[in-house]
Design a protein around this ligand. Structure first.
Ligand SMILES: C[S@@+](CC[C@H](N)C(=O)[O-])C[C@H]1O[C@@H](n2cnc3c(N)ncnc32)[C@H](O)[C@@H]1O
Length: 195
């Protein structure tokens, strides 16, 4: 786990966040209701946008990311607990959460299928699963470029796969995909599903 990546993450992302991503986050996160689990909460970029949730449980495996996120808890209207855990093995009982949120995280989770299975287990029946991810692009030239860049990118960005086909993983799991919205020619997707 990188130490420098958590320190630089907000600065590196700031131009894109201001231009587009913040609005996407705001729209998606406003749909999170009840007891929410956020997976891979990172530096807490989503924390300021929760308004309809009653309580957030955030999990994040990198302690340096957790440290960076702590100041953002004060900008949040709802209580947040952060725990150092990984999405593949969630330390919660079946049917605990009303909503599970993940943003820009499935690119980095080492075993995305295992994480999806465990998210289904802890999410209530009919519970919402809200994702905002960068993904493998549909255009063959661009996805080949993503394949070429991924080994170096992964090294620089703490395990991030540029070419991860997260929508396919979600479709292959037992979630019901209700809506998919594409941004930047399919580089980013908002994927809204239910359990
Ligand atoms: C690119 S950052 C995104 C952080 C944040 N979700 C956001 O939208 O800015 C990816 C995050 O996934 C976390 N991560 C890596 N492996 C994970 C796992 N197995 N389970 C949960 N989170 C993980 C990383 O530590 C990192 O904080």
């Amino acid at each position: 786990m990188s130490k420098w990546f958590p320190k630089l993450y907000d600065k590196l992302m700031a131009p894109l966040e201001k231009k587009k991503l913040e609005n996407i986050r705001r729209g998606l996160i406003s749909k999170a209701e009840g007891h929410v689990l956020e997976i891979g909460s990172g530096t807490g970029a989503n924390f300021p946008f929760y308004k309809n949730a009653s309580h957030i449980t955030a999990i994040e495996p990198n302690p340096n990311m957790i440290k960076e996120s702590l100041p953002k808890i004060n900008q949040t209207r709802v209580p947040i607990d952060i725990r150092q855990e990984s999405a593949e093995v969630l330390p919660f009982k079946e049917n605990t959460f009303d909503t599970v949120v993940g943003t820009l995280v499935f690119c980095t989770i080492p075993n995305p299928r295992q994480a999806l299975n465990d998210i289904r287990r802890v999410l209530k029946p009919e519970g919402k699963f809200l994702l905002f991810e960068h993904v493998r692009m549909g255009n063959t030239t661009l996805s080949s470029l993503q394949n070429i860049l991924t080994p170096v990118w992964k090294h620089l960005c703490d395990g991030c796969h540029l070419n991860r086909d997260t929508l396919k993983f979600v479709q292959e799991s037992e979630f019901h995909v209700n809506n998919v919205t594409s941004y930047y020619n399919g580089l980013f997707l908002v994927i809204e599903s239910t359990n």
